[in-house]
Design a protein around this ligand. Structure first.
Ligand code: NAP
Length: 534
């Protein structure tokens, strides 16, 4: 195809989730000619695809929302403390309408590859529609949890019943009424969907490999006065949460566990548990770093699980004992453990009786065959790097990002990869990403990139690239903090242990959202220190 047949823009943004949408808004306002490319049929990203029953955010609605527009903050009314998928998608659609963002997107278009020509300085983007695009700059706003994984157990295609994936839930209503349903996976998606499925299922069998630590979300309607209170002090609230470790409301004692007496520990844990917050893993500053501190919180949560499950044998299977709390992503639930008190529910611990295969009529374990009308897969994602490496950018020398990341993702500030000029990563490995408020993390990253592009433009620069030595130093720093925590030792999606063959690496910056954003600001103020630009 001749270059003239390739649609050209200044900037291409891949993804129409929270990050991509704000990217288009901000960069378009800055005067750039932008195009967004999205595989879904509309805006929303994971909130477009993950529409399974029970899907809901476990960050407070007032935090999990954009801060870039004061008018938007004032006009949108969150109806619940933790918003449902439907309400979040409604909000994202409202944002797209209000700021007229869809006109800069092509939908139903998946980016399948991209390659840079150092001669022209342009990236060419390949898509599944066959259409090609080119741009000087590309932002991959593809999300850290957007490349779904099937369980890698044989026979899935043989199953003749209904098959649903939480990560790509059907848009038509799905009925569970009277059906025999098997759910594989007990992470956030399983823990949220299982109670909803169990309400009407004839029978539900949950196939559990690793139990989650989950506490009740205690979701409730947002009282008008409460919402008004937030609206009156949104700026202060945003400022306050941006200056903490995560970028969202965080209940913490600000002390290590050892600095609190047993009574104090218990009081604080009771408070956070009663509030229903993932902040339980931040109750003490060292929960993710110190085995004893972790055990205080883990044991507290284990006891709460035991209290919720009537059958002691089932309760013990649901209690996580093999890994510290917070080293796999903990969950907030609404009636999860109580499902196992229902007569129509059964827990199968597949460590005792492994799944051998899917069959035409259900799931065969080493002990028995489970006859099923429907299988629900809640088996997770190739996190942090999966969506980026599915595109696998190729630079002007023919080097692939997948080769550069063979031993784990190296980035500078999570925003750029050395050797890949004018390519910006949003919410990627090397940043605070999944340990921060995803909306705020995205806004910060987009604003940083917008600032960098404006600086280039002012200085008549065309190419910006992370210096290898700056990237190496930053990556070492990220790994050093990560390795001082309890996280790398646990098999989790954080370290890529859920993806066969993926290099094991804990590559999320654990130093804190506040410290990270300060570092990014410093880099910019120092003339984009650590980048080379020409
Ligand atoms: P996940 O946390 O990775 O959970 C996947 C589950 O499937 C795990 O229980 C895993 O077991 C199991 N599994 C995977 N392969 C299996 C196999 N071959 N056989 C049996 N079990 C298998 O995925 P997720 O629940 O979709 O959540 C991913 C992340 O998305 C969350 O941690 C969270 O960050 C985000 N999320 C957030 C929300 C929210 O805001 N409320 C909702 C959904 C998702 P193992 O643990 O043994 O690997």
């Amino acid at each position: 195809m001749a270059m003239s047949e390739v649609e050209s823009h200044d900037i291409i943004v891949v993804g129409a989730g929270f990050a991509g949408l704000y990217g288009i808004h901000r960069l378009r306002n800055d005067g750039w000619d932008v195009l967004g490319i999205e595989s879904g049929s509309d805006v929303g990203g994971v909130w477009y695809h993950n529409r399974y029953p029970g899907a809901r955010c476990d960050t407070l609605s007032v935090d999990y929302s954009y801060s870039f527009s004061k008018e938007l903050e004032q006009e949108w009314d969150w109806s619940e403390r933790y918003a449902t998928q439907g309400e979040i998608l409604g909000y994202i659609r409202h944002v797209a309408d209000r700021f007229d963002l869809r006109r800069n997107f092509v939908f139903d278009t998946r980016v399948t590859g991209m390659e840079r020509n150092d001669g022209t300085g342009l990236w060419t983007i390949e898509t599944n529609t066959g259409k090609r695009y080119c741009a000087r700059f590309v932002l991959l706003a593809t999300g850290p949890l957007s490349a779904p994984l099937d369980p890698g157990i044989s026979g899935l295609d043989d199953f003749k019943g209904e098959l649903c994936r939480t990560s790509a839930w059907p848009h038509e209503p799905v009925s569970f009424e009277g059906k025999r349903i098997g759910v594989v996976g007990t992470g956030s998606s399983g823990v949220q969907s299982i109670p909803e499925i169990a309400k009407t299922a004839g029978h539900i069998t949950v196939f559990q490999r690793t139990p989650a630590y989950s506490i009740p979300a205690r979701n409730r309607p947002m009282a008008p006065a409460e919402l008004d209170g937030f609206k009156q002090k949104y700026s202060e609230h945003r400022q306050e949460v941006r200056s903490n470790y995560t970028g969202f409301t965080l209940e913490t004692t600000g002390k290590t566990a050892a600095e609190c007496s047993e009574t104090e520990q218990r009081t604080h844990l009771d408070e956070v548990f009663a509030a229903g917050s993932l902040g339980i893993v931040a109750t003490f500053t060292d929960v993710l770093f110190n085995v004893e501190a972790n055990e205080v919180v883990a044991e507290y949560v284990r006891d709460r699980i035991r209290e919720r499950v009537e059958d002691p044998e089932t309760a013990e299977k649901l209690v996580p004992k093999t890994y510290p709390i917070g080293t796999k992503r903990p969950c907030l639930d609404t009636g999860y453990y109580e499902v196992f008190n229902q007569p129509n529910a059964r827990l199968v611990d597949i460590n005792d009786t492994p799944i051998e295969r899917f069959t035409e009529t259900g799931i065969q374990t080493s002990a028995e065959h489970h006859d099923l009308d429907m299988i629900v897969l809640a088996t997770g994602f190739d996190a942090l790097t999966g969506a980026i490496l599915a595109i696998d950018p190729v630079n002007g020398n023919g080097d692939r990002l997948s080769d550069a990341w063979r031993d784990g993702p190296g980035t500078y500030l999570g925003l750029a990869a050395a050797g890949f000029p004018n390519l910006f990563l949003i919410s990627a490995a090397g940043g605070t990403s999944v340990f921060g408020n995803m909306v705020t993390v995205a806004e910060e990253a987009i604003d940083w990139v917008a600032g960098a592009l404006a600086w280039m433009s002012e200085n008549r620069l065309e190419t910006m690239e992370a210096r290898p030595e700056a990237q190496d130093e930053w990556t070492r720093h990220v790994l050093e903090i990560g390795n001082s925590s309890l996280l790398p030792a646990t098999n989790s999606w954080y370290v890529g242990a859920n993806v066969p063959g993926k290099p094991r690496s804990f590559s999320v910056y654990l130093g804190g959202f506040n410290i990270y954003t300060e570092k990014c600001r410093e880099v910019a103020e120092n003339g984009y220190e650590g980048f080379s630009a020409r």
